[in-house]
Design a protein around this ligand. Structure first.
Ligand SMILES: [Zn+2]
Ligand SMILES: [Zn+2]
Ligand SMILES: [Zn+2]
Length: 125
């Protein structure tokens, strides 16, 4: 006895949310404007949590993002400048490498930054 009206609506794809909308556009706008929904409006993808969303942004070529604070940038220059400005410690560096290991191109770019940070304080065994 499922109500037919409901199946014609665009239900929110987040399991904890019961909202539904008449159009897909309304649904997208809802997902974008709901802070609890980790939704990428650029790629039209849902994510389980902000961590998964951050990894998506790091891995996707459609996004330029700081792996440490998930700040978005319009250009890779802006991103690189920002990363150089924040202090990169060894732990953060390892996290970046782990997150970006599937993207060799990006990994190399971040490698440059960490190499510069390493040279300033290297605990050699
Ligand atoms: Zn929702
Ligand atoms: Zn995306
Ligand atoms: Zn940052």
């Amino acid at each position: 006895m499922a109500t037919k009206d409901q199946s014609e609506l665009y239900a929110c794809t987040f399991p904890e949310c019961n909202a539904s909308f008449a159009t897909q556009g309304q649904l997208k706008r809802h997902k974008k404007s709901t802070p609890e929904h980790d939704y990428c409006g650029i790629c039209d993808e849902d994510f389980e949590d902000d961590q998964a969303f951050l990894i998506h942004k790091i891995e996707s070529t459609k996004h330029i993002v700081c792996p440490m604070c998930s700040k978005d940038f319009r250009s890779e220059e802006g991103q690189q400048l920002h990363i150089k400005q924040v202090s990169v410690n060894r732990y953060t560096y390892l996290v970046i490498v782990a997150l970006t290991s599937s993207r060799p191109m990006r990994q190399n770019k971040i490698f440059d930054v960490s190499a510069a940070a390493k040279s300033s304080s290297v605990p050699v065994d």
